[in-house]
Every structure is written in structure tokens, then in C-alpha cells.
Write a protein that binds this ligand. Structure first.
Ligand SMILES: Nc1ncnc2c1ncn2[C@@H]1O[C@H](COP(=O)(O)OP(=O)(O)OP(=O)(O)O)[C@@H](O)[C@H]1O
Ligand SMILES: [Mg+2]
Length: 259
């Protein structure tokens, strides 16, 4: 269980201010969606949460369970239970997909000791666990013997990101456009997989441009509208439909209403 708090977060990249005072608090078991125009800073927020070195926090704080994580590197943040599914996953040649997943799972399990995580002693046991999860995201077993994302199609890369989330079972997962590039059937199966792995105690934040993926989720607690580097409005699932019908202009003209 983990509570994430983002307080008045200001972030620059190469001297340009991109995040201009983000406030957000998420609790265990909650599913949040972030929607907003291109270039408004959604991916910047995701990268900053995971500690990408090119993004500089100039003001504000990010806390997990009341403790600031600003001084932690990306791998240390991952060991606190944070996970990022990338908008543009990188191809990593030479790193086998199943080897990568096993190494990541084991180091996370060590870090989260006492959190009732399964321990897979043998490679065979772990492969069985992987196969169950592959089925959830609709990827074939042959992907396990390929290099991480190398030559994966756009949709396969997105499924592979959700597979990582399903396998690693982070406490707080941020998925940056998990639906972009997916075919219509895949959107539904990826949404189902997200719902299944979100579980009781984990938090999921989904960045998306479309209400479609959100409709297939078992539940959705909050929808946030992100514009010009901050959250301008927060509502429930109905806000996603309204945005899809009416666009963002009516929100961006309002004064920020933050939670
Ligand atoms: N190195 C950089 N120098 C200057 N501006 C940058 C740099 N990197 C990113 N930006 C700008 O930061 C802004 C926010 O980008 P970001 O990728 O966070 O947007 P986004 O909300 O995720 O958009 P999208 O919906 O298109 O994915 C953009 O205007 C982008 O051009
Ligand atoms: Mg983005």
C-alpha cells in the first residue's frame, strides 16, 4: 500500500519550465486518469515521478507514504514500488525479455520484502507465472525469447509495457498512453489486464487521450484534466466523456480547480 502525493511541483527541462505547480494525491486501490492536450506536460510528469535526470524539480515535492523521493534515483524509486509504462518504449537489443522480467521481479521482491510477494525459486516456476500474464495481455510465448521491445510492433510494445506492470505488480503504476497504437480489440484486453492487475491495494494512473480505454476499466475513480503544466480540473468518470465530446477549451479557459 502506498500513498503518492505531488505537491506544487514545478519542473524544468533544459531551462524551460514545463510543470507549473502540479498537485495530486492518490491512495491505494484508486484508478486515476490524466487527459490533456499535446505538449501540456503529461509525459513530463510521468518522467519526473520516476526521476529522469533531464527533468529538474525547481519547486515542490513528491512523497510516497509521507517521505520525499526527490533525492532517489530511478531504480530506488522503482524499489519503493513505482512503475512507469512508457509512451514510447525503447528497444533494448541484447537484453532478453524474460531475463529482464525475472531480474526486475526478483530485485523488486527483495526490496518489497514483507509485502506478500510470491517467490519463484526456479526459472521454470517463473516462466509459468510469465505465461499466465502473457495471456492477460494477448502476447504469444515467443515474445519471451526475443530481446526487449526489439522489432515489436507499436501495439506489441504497448502490450509489453502492460505485461511488465502485470508481472512486477508495482504499488503505484503510471501508464503513459497505454492505448496509443492499439487495435480496437487490444484496447479492451489491455484495459481488462489493467483492471485485473490494479488489484485492491495498488494505484494506477493512466495517461490517455481517449475515453474508450477508460470505459473498459472495471472502475475509474478520478479524471484529471492537465493543461499548461498543471491539473486544471478533477472530476469522475463522466468528465472523460464530456472531454471527448467537447474538447479541452472549456476547461483551459477556467481557473484551476485543484484537489
Ligand atoms: N528538451 C526540451 N526542450 C524544450 N522543450 C521541451 C523539451 N522536452 C520537452 N519539451 C516540451 O515540453 C512540453 C511537454 O511535453 P510532454 O511530452 O510532457 O507533453 P505531453 O502532455 O505528454 O504531450 P502528448 O500528449 O503529445 O504526449 C512540450 O511542449 C515539449 O515540446
Ligand atoms: Mg506524452
Amino acid at each position: 500500500m502506498a500513498v503518492l502525493e505531488i505537491k506544487d511541483l514545478h519542473v524544468t527541462r533544459e531551462g524551460k519550465e514545463i510543470l507549473k505547480g502540479v498537485n495530486l494525491k492518490t491512495g491505494p486501490g484508486e484508478i486515476h486518469a490524466i487527459m490533456g492536450p499535446n505538449g501540456s506536460g503529461k509525459s513530463t510528469l510521468a518522467y519526473t515521478l520516476l526521476g529522469h535526470p533531464k527533468y529538474k524539480v525547481t519547486q515542490g515535492d513528491i512523497l510516497i507514504d509521507g517521505e520525499s523521493i526527490l533525492g532517489l534515483k530511478a531504480d530506488e524509486r522503482a524499489k519503493k514500488g513505482l512503475f512507469l509504462g512508457f509512451q514510447y518504449p525503447t528497444e533494448v537489443s541484447g537484453v532478453g525479455f524474460s531475463h529482464f522480467l525475472r531480474t526486475a521481479y526478483n530485485s523488486l521482491s527483495k526490496a518489497l520484502e514483507g509485502d506478500e510477494r510470491e517467490v519463484f525459486i526456479t526459472v521454470r516456476e517463473f516462466q509459468k507465472y510469465l505465461k499466465e500474464n502473457l495471456a492477460k495481455v494477448g502476447l504469444k510465448e515467443e515474445f519471451l525469447s526475443r530481446y526487449l521491445n526489439e522489432g515489436f510492433s507499436g501495439g506489441e510494445k504497448k502490450r509489453a509495457e502492460v505485461l511488465q506492470m502485470a508481472v512486477l505488480r508495482p504499488k503505484i503504476a503510471i501508464l503513459d498512453e497505454p492505448d496509443s497504437g492499439l487495435d480496437i480489440d487490444a484496447i479492451q484486453s489491455v484495459a481488462k489486464a489493467i483492471s485485473q492487475v490494479s488489484g485492491k491495494n495498488a494505484t494506477t494512473i493512466i495517461i490517455t487521450h481517449y475515453a474508450r480505454i477508460l470505459k473498459y476499466l472495471d472502475k475509474l475513480d478520478f479524471v484529471h484534466v492537465f493543461a499548461d503544466g498543471k491539473i486544471m480540473k478533477t472530476g469522475d468518470a463522466t468528465l472523460a466523456d464530456k472531454l471527448e465530446k467537447e474538447g479541452y477549451e472549456w476547461v483551459t479557459k477556467q481557473k484551476p480547480n485543484q484537489i
